[in-house]
Design a protein around this ligand. Structure first.
Ligand code: ZN
Ligand code: ZN
Length: 409
């Protein structure tokens, strides 16, 4: 899929082209095939000879041509960042269930744990996502005084707006829990925040202590309990998220966007230092910053999660199979307490390349500039597999059945 290229994507690439090798010398953590590939793809993105392409031709007048380069779809790529976020939104929104009330919870990790999290990402980030839902179950059970199992879509967010390492968890939590003994859904309307803060602190610190088991971490954990006797910062979106926002997923995506989107504008690059601006969540103002190029690259790549790591996970009753069973019960319970449930969730479909192009340019990319007819796929070329589709060959061979008319990158 091809996204409209932001003005500064060349500068972004230039920075990586100039300094990626040097950066990995001083940051051996990134000397892996995974990161090498991520950067190489991003650098090649948009280049049809490196990435492959789909060529369209007008078979009506024979003049119109349109070449679409394959994209890298990397979260690191500024050119693909919008596509990345859109696909993300679509993925989350298809997992939301209509008629269910969700709450958006943000569970934070205090700054004192940034270093251990940065250095032990693989083990700690998985633990973090799990303990978010354990905290949710424990919280709901305590509030109701019985064992409840919640359901949540958990999203890990590994960077602040300026790209600094900061891993809060976002939970889209169904507003209640399932009591398996009596096979019923218990709606929880009132969420006592003070309790949630303490529960979160306890679950997070226990997980960190048990995972790392070092004297340094034990000291940090003790210090954290002393420093924050009221628990850790948690943020619960008031009210029912779906009724206020057209799409819960898009709303959450505002927080969990990839850094290239957050760092949309690079103002200046002199070969050694980068000046860029971003909108700060904390102050809700545009902030400007100048940093050494290695710091900039570090901020861009550290959010790229360990290979194979799932940024979005589904837990409890939200896990697909379980949910189908429990959904009916949720609806019954909600109907009792709320009457008719309002605020149906809007499912957002992925846009095709053609729709995306039309949205950003106002022009249908596949309509022939010469005669206005719709162009068809003529050839698809892939850097590894070569020509994978060739309409011209088919016509010559006389085995013409156009099967790839709807194909796209
Ligand atoms: Zn034409
Ligand atoms: Zn790309």
């Amino acid at each position: 899929m091809l996204a409209a290229a932001p003005r500064d994507w060349n500068v972004f690439k230039q920075i990586f082209a100039d300094h990626w090798d040097g950066f990995t010398q001083t940051h051996p953590r990134y000397q892996t095939a995974y990161y090498t590939d991520l950067v190489a793809k991003m650098l090649a993105c948009g280049n049809p000879e490196k990435m492959g392409y789909v060529e369209y031709r007008c078979q009506h007048c024979g003049q119109g041509k349109h070449l679409v380069s394959m994209s890298c779809k990397s979260s690191l790529c500024l050119r693909c960042a919008k596509v990345y976020v859109d696909n993300w939104v679509s993925q989350v929104s298809t997992m939301l269930h209509e008629g269910v009330i969700y709450r958006h919870l943000i569970l934070t990790v205090p700054a004192m744990f940034r270093t251990p999290f940065y250095h032990n990402a693989t083990v700690l980030l998985s633990g973090l996502m799990r303990c978010g839902t354990q905290c949710l179950d424990d919280f709901l059970s305590t509030v109701r005084g019985k064992t409840l199992r919640g359901g949540a879509i958990v999203v890990l967010h590994t960077h602040g707006r300026n790209g600094q390492y900061h891993p809060p968890l976002h939970l889209l939590a169904a507003s209640g829990g399932y009591e398996s003994q009596r096979q019923r859904w218990e709606h929880v309307e009132y969420w006592p925040y003070a309790l949630l803060r303490r529960k979160w602190q306890w679950h997070l610190l226990r997980m960190v202590r048990q995972t790392l088991k070092t004297a340094t971490v034990n000291r940090l954990v003790d210090e954290c309990f002393r420093k924050y006797p009221q628990g850790l910062v948690t943020n619960v979106q008031q009210g029912t998220v779906p009724s206020q926002y057209q799409s819960v997923a898009r709303y959450v995506a505002k927080y969990v966007v990839s850094p290239p989107i957050a760092v949309r504008r690079i103002d200046h690059y002199d070969g050694q230092r980068v000046t860029y601006h971003y909108r700060s969540h904390r102050t809700d103002r545009v902030e400007r910053e100048t940093v050494e190029v290695s710091t900039f690259i570090g901020r861009m790549v550290q959010h790229a999660l360990p290979k194979g790591f799932q940024r979005i996970r589904y837990y409890g009753v939200q896990a697909t199979k379980t949910f189908a069973k429990v959904k009916v019960l949720i609806h019954e319970a909600l109907a009792k307490v709320k009457g008719v449930v309002q605020g149906a969730i809007k499912i957002i479909a992925r846009l095709t390349y053609r729709q995306r192009y039309e949205q950003s340019t106002g022009r249908d990319p596949l309509s022939c500039l010469h005669c206005g007819e719709k162009m068809e796929v003529w050839r698809i070329w892939h850097p590894t597999y070569g020509v994978v589709y060739d309409e011209g060959q088919k016509i010559k061979r006389g085995t013409y059945t156009s099967s790839a008319q709807q194909a796209g990158p």
